[in-house]
Design a protein around this ligand. Structure first.
Ligand SMILES: NC(=O)c1ccc[n+]([C@@H]2O[C@H](COP(=O)([O-])OP(=O)(O)OC[C@H]3O[C@@H](n4cnc5c(N)ncnc54)[C@H](OP(=O)(O)O)[C@@H]3O)[C@@H](O)[C@H]2O)c1
Length: 294
């Protein structure tokens, strides 16, 4: 069997088109959804993420308040900036680009963000609400994975989903989302990690495998049931002298071999990646929509 490819770019474009319509409806009512963005320092990767996020905002009609602060910014200055955004009615979502420079206390900054503007979904209040099955801003990457599955017609109710990787930003929240008793979840979830004795024992029983380890080839073809759905969250740079920049991106799945066995699979790049920013936009529009109903 050769797997059908889940095209993350296409699903992301579909959601962004829906969001653009919602933004226009909010604008017609005098509400311009706004995302406050804070970047501290000159890390090139962080700069390019922030630029991509701001460009995506512009494309769907969101207002973004760009705050690029010097690397020497103090904790007090950063906290004041966050509090200012908490109080600003034009700002519906706040994004503090991580990682912060080493002298800054990341936890303190993330805790200072108003949970009702926490569009990254990292605040313990949102994590708690999510686990309890209450309305919450869902963390963007795992939410993107759920949307990819649902919009590709994967039946999650009763499915066995095996997630490999238990980080706070991907594996743990994804497990929590997929085990909820609701229409877009209701799966049986197994979470594997470096303490798991035989990961293949679990993945071979999986209707859906999600790999989020940051290690190439964590999932090989012998670990996959014929026809399973395979979602690859991983983004890893490996040396490739044939490329101009000397590297190429691969996921956590042995894509070439697993593609011949799976029923559906995401590529890297072009699978989960495009969904992450899209779900940030989704949360910001959702937040602005909530103020419209206040
Ligand atoms: N596309 C996107 O938008 C997006 C967003 C976020 C992350 N990512 C990518 O997704 C990957 C994971 O990111 P992350 O932030 O979740 O990583 P992380 O914080 O490093 O966590 C990795 C998790 O995988 C587990 N793990 C590592 N190697 C393993 C192995 N050989 N077998 C089983 N489990 C293993 C670790 O287990 P322990 O807990 O036992 O150490 C840990 O729970 C990375 O490649 C990252 O770049 C992509």
């Amino acid at each position: 069997m050769t797997a059908k490819i889940i095209d993350g770019k296409q699903v992301a474009a579909e959601i962004r088109a829906e969001l653009k319509t919602q933004v226009q409806q909010l604008r017609d009512r005098g509400i311009i959804p706004g995302l406050g963005v804070i970047l501290v320092g000159d890390d090139p990767a962080s700069k390019s993420y922030v630029t991509a996020k701001e460009k995506a905002c512009e494309e769907i009609g969101l207002f973004s308040d760009d705050n690029r602060l010097p690397a020497a910014t103090s904790q007090a200055e950063l906290m004041a900036r966050v509090r200012g955004m908490n109080a600003d009615p034009k700002i519906h979502g706040i994004l503090v680009q991580l990682p912060l420079p080493k002298h800054l206390n990341e936890t303190e900054v993330l805790l200072a963000i108003d949970p009702d503007k926490d569009v990254d979904g990292f605040h313990p209040m949102n994590i708690g609400r999510m686990v309890l099955g209450q309305k919450a801003f869902l963390p963007c990457t795992p939410h993107g994975v759920v949307q990819l599955l649902v919009r590709s017609g994967v039946k999650l109710k009763g499915a066995h989903v095996v997630i490999v990787g238990r980080s706070n930003i991907v594996g743990k929240p994804l497990a929590s989302m997929l085990m909820q008793k609701n229409e877009t979840a209701n799966a049986t979830v197994t979470l594997c990690h470096t303490g798991t004795k035989d990961i293949g024992y679990f993945t071979r029983q999986a209707d859906v495998i999600v790999a989020a380890t940051g290690r190439p080839n964590t999932i090989t073809a012998d670990m996959v049931m014929e026809g399973a759905v395979v979602i690859d969250v991983g983004v890893n740079r490996i040396n490739d002298p044939s490329k101009k920049n000397g590297f190429r991106l691969v996921g956590d799945v042995d894509y070439k071999a697993v593609k011949e066995k799976a029923g559906l699979i995401t590529p890297v790049p072009g699978g989960v990646g495009p969904m992450t920013i899209t779900m940030l936009l989704f949360n910001t529009v959702e937040s602005a929509g909530r103020t419209a109903h206040d």
